[in-house]
Ligand binder design. Structure first.
Ligand SMILES: Cc1cc2nc3c(=O)[nH]c(=O)nc-3n(C[C@H](O)[C@H](O)[C@H](O)COP(=O)(O)O)c2cc1C
Length: 322
């Protein structure tokens, strides 16, 4: 288990915030397979403050049980604080996370996401104002710095702690790296040694063994998994089993993969309607069937599907021929 503030999480597995992916259906599936803390997609603080419906809907969990860490991005401390305050009173918002790592040009052009790593006094001000605006725990997710080789995270972690953040997540790649090269886990260890608040390590966890290795090598409190969980929420179960029982759970059968993809499809369509749901699910279904015989051919068909029954038909075919 690990703790953020007074919230206790039953295990040390966390699902990453992923824009366009970690919606409530994805979060629910991640939780079903055992991860103990899930994050929303990143949400624009301006969108929340200026009342954009889409921004609020990204933060909602409906009937799905928590806890959820809702992530906001922005660069104006006042707007970030107002956004956090608007979220904090809502059901299903258990923690607020501040995005200090998004590398995409559209975001950094506005001095948001990873661009904040170039201005530590601004980071301090944002964290201070957000923490001051809410009574639920505030956390910060950061990259290592802007430039390759930079170690801004070491200083920012201390600032975050000083300003009252209750946990830090570090993805130790620079902004300039995007997703290239390797995450430098030694920085997670260094950050952990510098602060007393919990540190969540992130980056390049593809197997249950990777999760155990990161925990052991860095001393971090929990591990966050992003890309490794795409079409593979079973990784959470495998990692929990390895950490708690010392052995990796059985890999999913074909039947379980198909059943999980179908459940995911149904949830997304129930939430967003068939038109959007099927289009959004194309990538997820392709991930679920990755590596299966005939997957490449099936992917072409999936990308043309517009109705739920078409996707179901493709999945049934895979089940029958697999
Ligand atoms: C498609 C995609 C969307 C992402 N969106 C977000 C986001 O909204 N907020 C955020 O802090 N990180 C975001 N990330 C970064 C992940 O949370 C994570 O830090 C990164 O993928 C490294 O972890 P991994 O190696 O386990 O994938 C995103 C990553 C991907 C691949």
């Amino acid at each position: 288990m690990f703790k953020i503030g007074s919230t206790i999480f039953p295990n040390r597995l966390v699902a990453a915030p992923m824009a366009g992916i970690s919606d409530r259906a994805f979060r629910h599936i991640a939780r079903l397979f055992g991860c103990s803390l899930v994050y929303s997609e990143m949400i624009s603080a301006k969108g929340l403050v200026y009342g954009q419906e889409k921004s609020f809907s990204l933060s909602e969990s409906g009937d799905f049980p928590g806890p959820v860490n809702v992530q906001i991005f922005g660069s104006d401390p006042r707007i970030m604080a107002q956004a956090a305050a608007r979220l904090a009173g809502k059901p299903g918002v258990d923690l607020i996370d501040i995005n200090m790592g998004c590398p995409t040009p559209k975001i950094v052009r506005n001095h948001e996401g990873a661009a904040l790593l170039l201005d530590l006094p601004l980071c301090r001000s944002i964290i201070r104002q957000v923490v001051g605006a809410v009574s639920i725990p505030v956390t910060v997710k950061m990259r290592r710095g802007w430039e390759d080789g930079s170690e801004t995270c070491l200083e920012l972690a201390k600032i975050a702690e000083e300003e009252g953040a209750q946990a830090i997540t570090l993805h130790p790649r620079s902004r300039m790296q995007f997703f290239s090269g390797k995450a430098d886990w030694s920085l997670i260890k260094q950050v952990k040694e510098q602060v007393a608040i919990p540190v969540i390590g992130n980056g390049d966890i593809w197997t249950a063994g990777d999760a155990a290795t990161m925990l052991e090598a860095t001393g971090c409190d929990a591990v966050m998994i992003g890309r490794g969980s795409l079409g593979n929420p079973f990784l959470f179960r495998e990692a929990v089993s390895l950490l708690e029982q010392g052995r990796i759970a059985e890999p999913p059968s074909l039947e379980e993969k198909i059943a999980t993809a179908l459940k995911h499809l149904e949830m997304v369509c129930a939430l967003k309607g068939e038109y959007t749901g099927v289009r959004e699910m194309r990538k997820h279904v392709a991930w679920y069937i990755r590596g299966l015989p005939g997957a490449a051919r099936m992917r072409v068909m999936i990308n043309q599907a517009v109705k739920v029954h078409e996707i179901k038909h493709i999945l049934d075919n895979i089940r029958e021929t697999g």
